[in-house]
Design a protein around this ligand. Structure first.
Ligand code: NOJ
Length: 554
């Protein structure tokens, strides 16, 4: 599987609300992104994925879209968007938008018209049932509430798998599908390079039946019905969407597909897959519990390694995972995957190198390149995210104390990844001259772009080296297409693998404070990456210092 334009690219994810505010309203905007294109180019990013910037009541951070053809005025105008696409193009960069078509907002005109006339055209754009039937299913949605609510002003109820302000769209209706495809093509014709595709496996609904309740609310987790999903029916929708939109535009698409669909990897991302790529969430969802965040297990260094290798084994060379350490739905990767007491620039660099050289497309989430850490959430009053508010309540309902419930939110809240980008050590970290929509992390005095640009040993400059290595013509074939072989898997707190193409590289990280030694089975030709100034060797043996990572050519 070679020769697609996106395979050797680096993707940078922007959460526009928190990236850079240029008009002082405390909200990031498109002009902010345009003004930092040179920063992103210099970093080495090729493709920029923008989280939703469409008009939205922002009940779920913009994943509740009220107009698929517009730009929310808080972010700017369509002219700004056109300028962003054009300015990116001048720099050989590409723009992706978020495609959110499992649901829209209850403020979308389709939903408003469905409320006015549930039997009319737009009533069929949603899943409506008579209220007199009672609850059609006892499913608990992704944000903790039941998935059916009364359709305002009518005797019907409608389905929503996420918040009640996010009604699900009825993909069974060909008219709806055509509307979606028209909209996708409109954006692609404008010059977008593709999309990140939200919650897409939800578009094919499982049969509407009840399952055994798993909490006192009498509902069952939404994962239960989806374990019975009609994957063939889903495949038919996805194939049609690809054929009518992405394929004719040669678009890059990366879909949010959870682990349950692993058996269908080649359908999703094989040579003729529905998508270019899907995210590898295995480490991000490690320890997950249907009971709620308070019950999630911690992830250890060995777990992190095993997750990465398990995914690599499953995908092999049949496609390309989108490799991530974090995104806007997760805590910061460095805070999650490095034991708290060991968090420092050296360990952050090690983590970066280990995931970055995996086979697949490396994604960097804004702020990751400077090692941004979790927000210091000290009170629920400061929490914005719907999911976190729900999870706090879930923890209390399960008998946790307020401190324990808050601790769960501190550890896993999506707000951790949504704090404003830390540009400098000035007011509001240089994010806004107004009042930021969300508190800036207090550590911005020490962790910020300006300081790191000046420091050759910063996390930022380390990321630049990793990106430069992946793009180096001497190593690109190996790092993009080469196979990956895990090694020394029985060793504790050591993550090591080879990448083999026209060259052989060894990537090895000592995932702990204590030094440990390795003996590569071939002589080292060259040290390509090292997060220390030197390497301790004796004969064939290399002793890795605390959190040392090396990329060696053998
Ligand atoms: C996944 C998105 O990443 C998340 O932020 C959102 O809440 C849900 N899908 C619903 O759209």
């Amino acid at each position: 599987m070679t020769g697609k334009w996106w395979q050797n690219k680096i993707v940078y994810q922007i959460y526009p609300k928190s990236f850079l505010d240029t008009d002082g309203d405390g909200f990031g905007d498109l002009r902010g992104i345009i003004s930092r294109l040179d920063y992103l180019k210099d970093l080495g990013a090729d493709i920029l994925w923008l989280c939703p910037i469409y008009p939205s009541p922002l009940v779920d951070g913009g994943y509740d879209i009220s107009d698929y053809y517009g730009i929310d005025p808080r972010y700017g105008t369509m002219d700004d968007m056109d300028e962003l696409i054009a300015e990116a193009k001048k720099r050989d960069m590409y723009i992706l938008m978020d495609l959110v078509v499992n649901h829209c907002s209850d403020q979308h005109e389709w939903f408003k018209k469905a409320c006015e006339d549930p039997d009319g055209k737009y009533g069929h754009f949603f899943y409506l049932r008579n209220q007199s039937e009672g609850l059609p299913t006892n499913w608990r949605g992704h944000f903790g509430s039941r998935v059916w609510d009364p359709l305002p002003g009518t005797d019907r109820q409608y389905l929503h798998l996420f918040a009640k302000e996010q009604p699900d769209l009825n993909w069974e209706n060909p008219e709806l599908r055509e509307e979606i495809y028209k909209m996708i093509n409109w954006w692609l014709d404008k010059g977008l390079a593709g999309f990140r595709i939200d919650a897409i496996v939800n578009i094919k609904k499982p049969p509407f039946v009840n399952y055994e309740a798993d909490r006192k609310d009498g509902l069952c987790s939404i994962h239960v019905p989806f374990a019975h999903a009609d994957t063939e029916g889903l495949g038919a929708f996805l194939a049609e969407m690809k054929e009518k939109t992405f394929a004719p535009h040669d678009a890059f698409t990366v879909a949010e597909v959870a682990g349950e669909y692993e058996g269908l990897l080649s359908d999703f991302v094989g040579e003729d897959g529905y998508f270019s790529s899907i995210f590898d969430f295995r480490a991000s969802i490690f320890g997950k519990s249907d009971k709620g965040w308070y019950d999630w297990a911690e992830i250890t260094p060995d777990d992190f390694r095993n997750c990465c290798f398990e995914s690599q084994r499953i995908i092999g060379t049949d496609g390309f995972y989108a490799n991530i350490l974090e995104n806007h739905d997760q805590p910061r990767g460095v805070s999650r995957f490095i034991p708290g007491e060991d968090l420092c620039d050296t360990s952050k660099k090690m983590l970066a190198a280990l995931y970055f050289m995996l086979r697949g497309i490396p994604f960097i989430y804004q702020g990751q390149e400077i090692g941004m850490e979790n927000a210091a959430i000290d009170s629920m009053d400061r929490v914005n995210d719907v999911d976190s508010i729900d999870q706090y309540q879930v923890a209390l309902n399960a008998g946790c104390t307020q401190e324990e419930a808050l601790a769960a939110v501190q550890r896993l809240s999506r707000d951790n990844g949504r704090t404003p980008m830390q540009w400098n050590d000035g007011q509001n970290a240089g994010f806004t001259r107004g009042t930021p929509w969300m508190d800036v992390n207090r550590n911005c005095k020490t962790i910020n772009v300006r300081a790191q640009e000046k420091d050759p040993d910063s996390v930022l400059n380390f990321y630049k080296k990793l990106i430069a290595l992946r793009k180096d013509p001497d190593y690109q074939e190996t790092l993009v297409y080469g196979t990956l072989e895990p090694i020394w898997e029985d060793r504790h707190s050591l993550m090591a693998y080879t990448r083999t193409g026209d060259r052989t590289l060894l990537v090895v990280g000592n995932y702990q404070k204590k030094a440990q030694s390795i003996e590569p089975d071939a002589p080292v030709k060259k040290i390509l990456i090292n997060n220390y100034p030197d390497v301790d060797t004796e004969g064939n043996s290399i002793t890795l210092k605390s959190y040392q990572v090396l990329i060696l050519e053998l």
